[in-house]
Design a protein around this ligand. Structure first.
Ligand code: MRU
Length: 350
């Protein structure tokens, strides 16, 4: 079942299924898809029908609700079957910590009954919305303090807006806050090969919001920083290690290197739940490798011989020392290297 999108929120629960914008159809169509089973949810996450770390967490939690309902007969829930489904949901994509976190949190209410599991998923959805707004607002405050140019030229990568986060957005949410204050001259959007989340989704959101933007190929991102066209880089995160290393969409690392080289602030905007304190540093983050077909063909057109060997990582890891700050809903985390300069002291909130 599909339906037109009429509201800010890109995911909701309709009483029997989770309804989400089908992100594979944009920009040609903005329609929602109804996911009524665990299989539907696993398939939607794997195929990037729903994508973006916070959004997959929310639909994953509703996946647990669907499993509990499917495995409850005469008031008795088959716990083993639900736990197996939860395992499958959490593994649907390996890099974003939010998916396993949200699935685990919904599963933790299993013994309290189906209604409690549903309440947990609804709470997660609400909290995700709130935490994204909180992180975005904090990041915008930081950018106001450290970027003195009245009209900012911001570079972003992938899609971190309402499609990725259910509502509002993280890095794109910060851009929205700054644009509401008339502080944004231009957003430069990396197209985000191979699945074009920047080209297909971020430009669509920015156009809807009336925020000036230009699209560039990913390789032009570092070049635009070198050319002095960028006042700050704002990106999201899929998983942050305890030392501040950040896994995010492939291409982020190259932007961070260029930003460091040219003295441009590089700020990560992510809810606190993105921080995985069980992982010491980025080397332990599992990077998802995706289907070779995603880069052997462009739409229907084959762009390389079909038997070409492929390396197709979905994410990369940016070391903490290249990151100016990570803005979460609770705090600003500034890298030690950046803290050393006295003029940077104001970047860290008390
Ligand atoms: O493969 P995707 O499109 O799910 O990758 C998404 C990203 O890398 C985002 O930057 C990240 O999830 C943060 S979304 C607020």
């Amino acid at each position: 079942m599909t339906g037109a999108i009429a509201q800010e929120s890109t995911v909701h629960w309709d009483g029997a299924a989770v309804v989400a914008v089908d992100q594979t159809l944009l920009p040609h169509a903005c329609r929602s898809v109804r996911l009524g089973s665990v299989d539907d949810v696993v398939e939607a996450i794997g195929r990037l029908v729903v994508r973006g770390a916070p959004a997959i967490g929310v639909v994953g939690a509703f996946g647990v609700v669907l499993s509990v309902r499917a495995n409850t007969v005469s008031g008795h829930t088959g716990g083993a079957a639900v736990r197996a489904d939860a395992e499958r949901l959490a593994r649907a994509r390996p890099t974003a910590v939010t998916l396993g976190w949200a699935v685990g949190r919904a599963l933790a209410r299993l013994d309290d009954g189906p209604e409690a599991v549903l309440q947990a998923a609804l709470e997660i959805m609400h909290e995700v919305e709130q935490s994204n707004r909180g992180a975005a607002t904090r990041a915008a405050g930081l950018i106001r303090r450290i970027c003195k140019r009245p009209q900012l030229r911001v570079l972003t990568h992938c899609n971190t807006g309402r499609f990725a986060t259910v509502a509002w957005g993280t890095a794109l949410g910060a851009i929205r806050v700054l644009a509401d204050e008339a502080r944004v001259e231009e957003v430069l959007v990396g197209e985000t090969r191979p699945l074009l989340q920047g080209a297909r989704l971020t430009t669509w959101e920015l156009a809807q919001l009336g925020i000036p933007h230009r699209l560039c190929i990913d390789a032009a991102g570092p070049a635009s920083i070198a050319a002095g066209m960028v006042d700050c880089v704002l990106v999201g995160a899929d998983r942050v290690a305890a030392n501040g290393d950040v896994a995010n969409k492939i291409g982020t690392y190259a932007l961070a290197i260029a930003a460091e080289r040219h003295g441009v602030p590089f700020v990560v905007v992510a809810p606190e739940s993105t921080i995985d304190s069980t992982i010491a540093d980025g080397s332990a983050i599992q990077i998802e490798e995706r289907d070779p077909e995603e880069i052997l063909a462009f739409g229907d057109a084959r762009v390389a011989p079909a038997d070409t060997a492929v390396f197709n990582p979905a994410f990369d890891v940016t070391p903490a020392e290249l990151i100016t700050a990570i803005a979460t809903d609770r705090r600003l985390i500034a890298c030690e290297q950046h803290r050393r300069s006295p003029s940077d002291a104001a970047w860290v909130e008390a």
